[in-house]
Design a protein around this ligand. Structure first.
Ligand SMILES: [Zn+2]
Length: 360
């Protein structure tokens, strides 16, 4: 797997930061010109395509990097369009700048700075050398067996995102591990991308339409309960060894008298709880290990590089602002839950047996 980790470049002098800023501006402009050109006329990483646009004051290496990034971005955009069915417009180059191993190198540093970032500058043979310190998170990933710091980076304003490649470890259990994202509109999406309970909205609407205390209301609630139970059974229990879900959020909030009408109308915490209870029961019945993971940022984290940003998510669509990974937002949530499930396997929270922690 790949991880992106941010490091601070504040250790650099103002002069160097100024140079990096000027370089970023040039690289951004050049990458955009390649993107514009490639949008109308396809190309490849060769001299012909390279000569299509002017690189300004950029070196040959830098221009190659710009073309490479433009090609990658466009291919990721087209792939995303194919997968989601949305045809999006020509991509724009944003603030941060991707520098491949062609123009950015990371080397061991001296003294209190663990590393140096060497970026080919605008002037030939005059690299910009910026020392930076390692930190707990970077050390954490680099400490994994077989972890490798990749060359190249994404350069931002006074920061850089570095790439770490970590070999995938084998899962010990016999059987499959999946992550499940429990939601309201779609009841569940698993890490294989399968969706369950897509009619949940309609089922809940029926409950809301009925008069409180009426026979119809009771029937609608029973139908909703049945629906949830049926959907939970559809998970591939027979093949599973491990299932990861999000840890239950604070339920005391749901019992407060001050909760709003919308909150009650949505009945969200209730169905959420019911769904998780049901998964818990089925996991025990099928002798599948249940792991409850921290739900923080599961829908904002890139499952490929680990980048966390609210901008990664736009409604139902997920697109990483760093590595361009894209997909369905709920599926991404499930992938992150699975990743946490596998990463947290030692500290798994074994739930209480059904009956002990039920509603009264
Ligand atoms: Zn990413």
């Amino acid at each position: 797997m790949l991880r992106a980790v941010k490091v601070s470049l504040r250790g650099a002098t103002q002069r160097k930061l100024g140079k990096l800023e000027a370089l970023r501006r040039e690289v951004r402009g050049c990458t955009q010109r390649y993107m514009d050109s490639l949008w109308t006329e396809p190309g490849r990483l060769d001299a012909n395509t390279l000569n299509r646009v002017s690189g300004g004051s950029l070196s040959y290496r830098h221009r190659s990097n710009c073309l490479k990034v433009a090609l990658e971005t466009l291919s990721a955009t087209r792939k995303a369009a194919k997968a989601t069915g949305f045809m999006c417009g020509k991509p724009r180059v944003h603030g941060s700048t991707r520098l491949s191993s062609l123009v950015a190198k990371i080397e061991a540093g001296k003294g209190s700075f663990g590393y140096v970032l060497k970026v080919s500058g605008l002037a030939k043979g005059n690299p910009i050398v910026v020392p930076f310190k390692s930190h707990a998170r970077l050390n954490h990933w680099l400490g994994k067996p077989g972890a490798k710091l990749l060359q190249g980076c994404t350069l931002g304003d006074k920061w850089a995102a570095l790439w770490i490649e970590i070999p995938d470890r084998e899962v010990k259990e016999t059987g499959k591990a999946i992550g499940v994202d429990v939601g309201i509109n779609k009841l569940m999406v698993d890490s294989d991308g399968a969706k369950y309970g897509v009619e949940m909205k309609a089922v809940c609407r029926r409950v809301r339409r009925c008069m409180p205390g009426s026979k119809g209301k009771r029937r609608a609630c029973a139908a909703r309960r049945d629906y949830i139970n049926r959907q939970a059974k559809l998970l591939p229990w027979k093949d599973l060894a491990v299932i990861g879900v999000e840890k239950l959020r604070d339920l005391k909030k749901g019992k407060s008298k001050k909760r709003s009408k919308e909150f009650r109308k949505a009945a969200a915490p209730w169905t959420y709880r019911q769904m998780l209870d049901r998964i818990e029961q089925l996991a025990q019945e099928n002798r599948v290990r249940l792991v409850a993971v921290n739900p923080r940022n599961t829908s904002r984290t890139c499952p490929r590089c680990g980048w966390v940003a609210a901008e990664n998510r736009r409604g139902e669509k997920f697109q990483c602002v760093i590595c361009n990974y894209s997909g369905d937002a709920d599926h991404v949530g499930a992938l992150n839950i699975l990743a946490r499930t596998l990463g947290n396997s030692q500290e798994s929270m074994v739930p209480a047996p059904p009956g002990e922690e039920q509603r009264g």
